[in-house]
Design a protein around this ligand. Structure first.
Ligand code: ACO
Length: 375
């Protein structure tokens, strides 16, 4: 049997191969199926990126139109799910509702008992299409509001904003939101993607992998960081408070949310793209408080710790400027990443080997067993 050196948190360990995304910390770049995300943000749409991740190539116009039509056709949810959302405890956490909603969706998928490649692609498209409604419907119902049905005249991202907020976003907001979805769509063997691959490597189904991935994404060391980053900016409050706040936080060994990354030590390309957009958006809206506060936090972190922001830092104040509720930021991450998760699970299943690492046992062995009455 092959043996490898132990690395806490599997840092630096190659756990498999992929052709879906290439995280390159040396070049500070991220490519999806060979295309730089900077190019995709400039020229593409979330729908096109989802197609690229799933099918491995850019669509022709005809393929793109067909894919978008399919996504639109699958946008709504079965009524039984809407009824189920009404039973959720008031003020439930949106990530928990998404996790439960996804598990419920699995029961109603017409391909639920079919684990073939083609059925998995159909399930992937259905889940990409339905995540916006899962998030928006469960959120609105849980907060005592009427649901807003999808508008098929709108693109994927802008339709989500419409279903969540009840009003159509302007073209600029819709564009920035779409770019953020592109940036969030995939990222190598990150924790949530890896957990989804581990799940299906037992030949379990795609929905079980999605439930595992959502649970993994929720934590503040992963996707949960975008919500925590905004709460932190609110606590900092103003640009004037920012330097002292960071110094104090570092002195008390606090983690600054939205900073640092296991792979990128010199910069996260997604953060560069979105920081620029955050600056532009703040100027356009005439609301620069959060961007200015964030910029000072960023420069103090760089000076004191040489640690730079990750994707979750700029999205926090971008989504805040869009008027989105903070507890919905991590579900938005999931709304984008479902495209990457499903592509990875299909890749795993197409060439499967059970993922089952070894543990380095550090406990005692061969203890004498003493019966309970004599302990
Ligand atoms: N704030 C303060 N110090 C930090 C931060 C941070 N955000 N990130 C890393 N450090 C420090 C650590 O305290 C540690 O210092 P030490 O060596 O003096 O103990 C050193 O940098 C190395 O950090 P690790 O946590 O060991 O690095 P690791 O690669 O394990 O962690 C992680 C990466 C978990 C993302 C970490 O940077 C972190 O906790 N960041 C905050 C949460 C966050 O933003 N998560 C989102 C990640 S991106 C994503 O999931 C999309």
């Amino acid at each position: 049997m092959k043996t490898a050196e132990y690395s806490p948190g599997l840092e630096g360990i190659i756990a498999g191969t992929t052709t879906i995304s290439h995280v390159n910390p040396d070049l500070c770049s991220l490519m999806y199926r060979g295309y730089d995300i900077r190019e995709l943000v400039k020229h593409s749409s979330f729908e096109e990126v989802a197609y690229l991740l799933l099918k491995g190539k850019l669509p022709t116009q005809g393929e793109y139109d067909e894919f978008c039509a399919l996504l639109k056709q699958e946008r709504d949810l079965p009524d039984v799910l809407v009824d189920a959302f009404k039973t959720f405890p008031k003020n439930s956490v949106p990530m928990d509702m998404l996790r439960t909603g996804t598990a419920l969706l699995a029961l109603h998928d017409p391909d639920k008992d079919d684990n073939s490649h083609d059925a998995n692609v159909r399930k992937a498209i259905r889940s990409i299409a339905k995540f916006p409604a899962l998030i928006a419907y469960s959120y609105r119902i849980n907060r005592g509001q009427e649901i807003v049905k999808p508008d098929n005249g709108l693109g994927h991202g802008e339709n989500f904003l419409y279903m969540l907020q009840g009003k159509k976003p302007d073209a600029y907001m819709a564009h920035v939101f779409d770019c953020s979805l592109i940036c969030y769509a995939d990222h190598g063997f990150n924790a949530s993607t890896f957990s989804s691959r581990v799940t299906v490597s037992t030949l379990s189904d795609i929905y079980s992998g999605l439930v595992a991935a959502i649970g993994t994404l929720k934590g503040p060391l992963h996707g949960g960081a975008n919500e925590e980053a905004m709460k932190m900016l609110q606590e900092v409050g103003t640009p004037e408070n920012a330097e002292a706040w960071v110094i104090d936080a570092l002195a008390t060994k606090k983690k600054i949310m939205g900073f640092g990354h296991r792979e990128y030590k010199n910069g996260d390309p997604r953060a560069f793209i979105l920081t620029e957009m955050g600056a532009e958006m703040s100027e356009k809206l005439g609301d620069t408080q959060w961007y200015k506060t964030a910029s000072i936090v960023e420069s103090v972190m760089h000076r004191e710790k040489n640690i730079v922001p990750n994707v979750d830092f700029p999205t926090s104040y971008i989504y805040y400027l869009m008027g989105l509720p903070i507890e919905i930021y991590t579900p938005i991450f999931a709304l984008a990443r479902v495209s990457g998760w499903t592509a990875h699970m299909i890749e795993q299943l197409d060439n499967n080997r059970l993922i089952r690492p070894k543990a380095l046992y550090e406990g005692p062995d061969h203890l004498d067993f003493v019966v309970r009455a004599q302990r």
